[in-house]
Ligand binder design. Structure first.
Ligand code: ADP
Ligand code: MG
Ligand code: MG
Length: 896
């Protein structure tokens, strides 16, 4: 016979903490606390298997359930010395939901179940406290009426308000027994009016009604949505906990409260909690009355005028302290606890591992390791890599005032204050003069890149989380608020309006890319740093991980940030911004419109020294660490001059007439530039460009090597290979230039030539490509686009629908699509290694900073991941956790 019901309380339990899958989190921990000898009101848990059974069998229960519930009830009745439904000495219970993981949308707890007109009269007589009794009864009708019978809260609240008005009082605490009794009558009448039948008086009917409601809540739309978003399987089910009531509302020696065993925002090892005297359930968090602090320290820190528990209930407080120590020592983690005090006696009602800020998580993990409660591996396993994002960007000073004028999407984290500018050029000009600017655009395009680089932050009024602005800003580590639709931008007038606020060109604004806030004026920010517990834990992660971690860095600033956060090299240096910058764009355009090689060379000669300087600086900063430089990649189309003014400028520089420029620009226009003249195709048709870039790279390497005496490790990367021959042609060119530079400088530079794998054809031909390519870097952004045949810039409009309808589990541009794109990575890796076993393999898409994707890269056996500088610590930690997960699956076949 199956066991569907597990009892707990009275210093022992049938369950344990490890039985969370069967008993739900709440039930398993109530059992565990009982086993620890903590004071837990007796009760029982109906297992998650009953929930599964219930749905598999047309909402019916297993035959043995009723009997097992009756037996469990008998044990509670004996322990408490009261009987469920007894007219003189009634037992009351709470009915509480509790899945494996806590989940919004599940049924709210019903307290005081078992009360009816008869048992209420009995309880009033027996307790000698009719005020408490009818207060409890009206709470029960409201909770049961709401969560089980679906009668909206406001009906009850209205009746309560009316009654208080009638009586001329404002506080609930000013009402007495007769008031609550009158309200009980009014509440019951309201339920009958709403439901068309009387409020159930039979305690057994109440009980099974509440149990069914818990199981029913597993399928509320909110719960279903939450499970889908968090990938929680439907068949996990929820458990139901039925537990004897203890009362915090029986007078001034009673209370209810919540606490954390440590400070959840700082992680400091101090007791932190709040309570309310003479109150029940969640009054503390409901905000009806101002709660009091547990400790004097907490009271002082929060400038509370109310006495702390430490002062008014020292005995209970001392016991709670002992509970705290016991729980921390046992669970070896910070706990979030709920308790009630009935007539001076403490009762524990819940414990679970507490939510905390990233800073607190680090502090707690490091502290517990030092206290030998956990080891380093456990400490590393415990931190959510994604949460580190909170610590890696400039933050708004929490003490500062903010005048929020609009809100958009939190598209790229971090906060920045600066002068509003309305064009990329203006951003660049002002930045060059040393001003800090925020680039404000309706939306951005590749032509704004130089302005985005120059800006401290980016604000757009259109576009979503995968818009150009959002993606580029995240890559660059610039704070970005996207799609702030309330703002009206007038680019001509260079103003931005919202309601009656007008922000003019050059006025200070602040954006918070973590919350999406747009703020008028300058709010001070705090810079992130990696020190203390953060640095300690990252050091432990580095000891554990196998994957190398590099950064995508295009500029000296990016490179410095990358090093500061522990990057072991640059995995992707894009060279395009080097062509969009200032004067270079003119030379670049000159080159494009040139009609012969000589013209192109003349223009490129102007760019060469600037490009060489760029690389020299990067090599200096990276001090001998590998630097992967990608040859020019974007569509030529993006460099074309558009306006007449721009065309005139180019005509003048090139010494041709306007019509020639116009004609040439028209000829070079493309229908689908992203599938057009770009990547290695540029170097094939204009070898001068690749030659110039290769020369700049090797000359820079030679110069830095000479200057510092340290070796420089450039890795030249050819983008968008589809055909092995494309690679071979460019590799020959690069090798030739390397030889020329060596001959000219006398400096031997060791370098690699490899390719980006970002087209399915390249994956399939990987064995052939690897014959000459010394490394592969999977460009998973483009590989995702080309695998799905999907444009990242245009996907936002339908990706949400796809996710909502479950067609795609998640945005494949954020977390790698393991079955499709991931499979290609796997195939490319196998085939590449088949011809070159020691080929260096990495990934440089945005996925490199996504923990799930990092884990995939570890499993598939890549050598490194490369991500935005601000995500380097996240990747370091995720890589360590991937190694730990692997060790765990290898160590033990299965653990119950
Ligand atoms: P949640 O899952 O929302 O935390 P709980 O089941 O923990 O809901 O119930 C909320 C609150 O109700 C608890 O914090 C506690 O104060 C109160 N409560 C629950 N069961 C009992 C009980 N048996 N006796 C007294 N109070 C209870
Ligand atoms: Mg709770
Ligand atoms: Mg690409």
């Amino acid at each position: 016979m199956s066991q569907w019901v597990y009892g707990f309380g009275d210093g022992r339990a049938e369950g344990r903490a490890e039985m969370r899958n069967l008993l739900g989190g709440k039930g398993a921990n109530l059992a565990e606390m009982s086993n620890l000898g903590l004071p837990v009101p007796p009760g029982f848990t109906i297992t998650t298997e009953v929930c599964t059974y219930y749905y598999a069998n047309g909402k019916t229960y297993p035959a043995e359930l009723e009997d097992q519930v009756a037996k469990a009830f008998a044990i509670i009745e004996k322990a408490v010395g009261a009987r469920f439904g007894d007219a003189k000495n009634p037992l009351l219970v709470s009915v509480r939901s509790g899945a494996r993981v806590s989940m919004p949308g599940m049924m709210d707890t019903v307290l005081n179940l078992g009360l009816n007109d008869e048992t209420a009269a009995g309880l009033a007589a027996q307790s000698g406290d009719p005020r408490f009794t009818y207060d409890s009864y009206r709470r029960f009708i409201q909770m049961y009426g709401n969560v089980v019978l679906g009668v909206d809260h406001h009906h009850f609240e209205e009746l309560l308000e009316l009654h208080k008005e009638d009586r001329g009082v404002t506080l609930d605490t000013e009402l007495g027994a007769e008031d609550w009794k009158a309200l009980v009558g009014a509440y019951k009448a309201k339920v009958e009016e709403e439901r068309g039948e009387p409020f159930p008086q039979d305690p057994m009917v109440q009980l099974w009604g509440a149990i069914s409601a818990v199981f029913g809540s597993w399928h509320t739309p909110r719960a279903v949505t939450y499970r889908r978003l968090h990938r929680i399987p439907e068949d996990w089910g929820t458990a139901v906990n039925v537990q004897a009531m203890v009362f915090g509302n029986m007078g001034d020696d009673c209370a209810t409260g919540v606490a954390f065993t440590r400070n959840p925002s700082t992680g400091e090892d101090e007791f932190y909690g709040e309570f309310l005297v003479n109150a029940q359930g969640e009054d503390v968090v409901a905000g009806i009355r101002t709660p009091q602090h547990l400790t004097v320290k907490g009271k002082t820190a929060n400038r509370s005028t109310l006495p702390a528990m430490e002062e008014v209930m020292p005995g209970v407080f001392a016991e709670l302290e002992r509970v705290r120590e016991k729980l921390e020592a046992h669970y070896r983690d910070m706990q979030d606890i709920e308790f009630t005090v009935q007539k001076g006696k403490l009762w524990m009602l819940q414990t679970r591992s507490g939510k905390r800020t990233a800073a607190a998580a680090l502090r707690i993990a490091v502290d517990m390791e030092q206290k030998k409660l956990i080891d380093r591996r456990q400490a590393v396993a415990r931190i959510d890599p994604a949460s580190l994002d909170q610590l890696l960007h400039p933050m708004l000073d929490p003490k500062a005032k903010r005048n929020v004028i609009a809100r958009g999407l939190p598209a790229s984290p971090g906060a920045a204050a600066g002068r509003a500018v309305f064009s990329a050029d203006e951003a660049e000009d002002r930045a060059a003069k040393g001003e800090t600017v925020i680039l404000v655009r309706v939306e951005t395009s590749p032509e704004d890149i130089h302005g985005m680089h120059a800006a401290a932050g980016i604000l757009t009024t259109r576009g979503g989380m995968t818009s150009h602005a959002a993606v580029v800003a995240r890559g660059m580590g610039r704070p970005c608020v996207a799609g702030a639709g309330d703002l009206r931008i007038d680019a001509k007038a260079r103003t931005m309006k919202v309601r009656d606020v007008v922000v003019r060109d050059g006025e200070m604004i602040t954006i918070d890319g973590g919350t999406g806030e747009v703020i008028l004026g300058e709010v001070p920010t705090i810079q992130p740093e990696m020190s203390g517990d953060f640095a300690t834990l990252m050091g432990w992660a580095d000891e554990i991980r196998r994957l190398g971690i590099r950064a995508n860095a295009d500029t000296p600033t990016d490179a410095r940030t990358a090093r500061r956060f522990g990057a072991e090299g640059i995995g992707l240096c894009r060279t395009e911004h080097m062509f969009f910058d200032g004067d270079r764009i003119i030379a670049m355009r000159e080159m494009i419109i040139a009609e012969n090689t000589a013209g192109r060379r003349a223009a490129l000669d102007k760019i060469l020294p600037m490009q060489r300087e760029d690389f020299i600086e990067l090599f200096r900063i990276m001090k001998g660490l590998p630097v992967t430089i990608r040859l020019l990649d974007p569509p030529l189309h993006e460099f074309l001059p558009h306006t007449t003014a721009e065309m005139e400028e180019v005509a003048k520089a090139a010494g041709v007439d306007l019509d020639t420029v116009r004609h040439r620009a028209a000829m070079l226009k493309e229908q689908n530039p992203m599938l057009g003249h770009r990547g290695c195709r540029l170097g094939i048709s204009y070898p001068e460009i690749s030659e110039m870039q290769a020369r700049a790279i090797f000359e820079a390497a030679a110069a830095v090597q000479k200057e510092t005496g340290e070796t420089v490790e450039p890795e030249v990367m050819v983008p968008l290979i589809a055909v092995p021959r494309e690679f071979d042609i460019l590799k020959e060119l690069i090798d030739r230039v390397a030889g020329e530079v060596k001959a000219a400088t006398g400096v031997e530079v060791s370098y690699l030539v490899g390719t980006m794998i970002e087209l399915p054809r390249a994956v399939l031909c990987a064995a052939e490509i690897a014959k000459t390519a010394e490394f592969f870097s999977y460009g998973t952004n483009d590989l995702t686009q080309t695998t799905y045949g999907l444009s990242r810039d245009d996907a936002a409009s339908f990706l949400q629908t796809y996710e909502r309808r479950g067609i795609l589990a998640q945005d494949p541009f954020i977390s790698i699509d393991v079955e499709g794109v991931g499979e290609l990575v796997r195939i490319g890796t196998e085939r590449g290694r088949s011809t070159r076993p020691d080929i260096k393999l990495g990934i440089c898409g945005e996925h490199g900073g996504d923990p799930a994707s990092v884990r995939f890269c570890h499993e598939v056996g890549l050598d490194y991941v490369s991500c935005s500088p601000y995500r380097v610590p996240i990747a370091r930690l995720a890589a360590a956790q991937a190694a730990l997960a692997e060790a765990e699956t290898q160590a033990e076949p299965s653990q119950v």
